[in-house]
Design a protein around this ligand. Structure first.
Ligand SMILES: [Zn+2]
Length: 153
């Protein structure tokens, strides 16, 4: 699970501002998300941190599940975001830079992104094979396209 490796780069700084413990891992048990959603004084953050946190919230935390943010959507959306960036043609280093710039979130080492992309291709290949056997043409084509885009061919 790639989201489990996402660290909030400015956790220490945020902790000083917030005055309570902020976990390093951005998706860890929902604790960080609860802080984001509830009690942070946004005016005390600098402009960059504020926009990163708001972007993080918008892109990963907004869902209508009752158990949100413990529903699994944030982690799934984060994984999809990485795949989406890859499908736009970015390599793992560029993806890593975007995650820092946009969300203040770091995957270290960036080669973990590479492993995640390879794992995703393997999963898609398994889905593709089943789709082929079961004659699901639309799904088959979608997985073939996704694999090609992730592999960058
Ligand atoms: Zn959800």
């Amino acid at each position: 699970m790639i989201a489990a490796k996402a660290r909030f780069r400015y956790a220490k700084k945020l902790q000083r501002i917030a005055g309570y413990r902020v976990p390093d891992f951005a998706f860890n048990g929902g604790a960080f998300m609860d802080i984001l959603v509830s009690s942070l004084d946004y005016d005390s953050l600098d402009r960059t941190m504020r926009s990163q946190i708001i972007q993080f919230y918008k892109d990963f935390l907004e869902c209508k599940c009752k158990e949100s943010p413990q529903c699994g959507c944030p982690e799934r959306k984060f994984a999809l975001k990485i795949l989406e960036l890859r499908r736009l043609g970015l390599d793992h280093r560029q993806i890593s830079e975007i995650l820092v710039d946009d969300y203040g979130v770091e995957i270290y080492p960036p080669t973990d992104i590479l492993s995640f992309l390879e794992d995703s291709v393997h999963t898609l290949e398994a889905i593709r094979d089943v789709a082929r056997i079961e004659g699901k043409e639309k799904l088959l084509q979608e997985t073939i396209d996704a694999i090609r885009e992730i592999e960058g061919k």
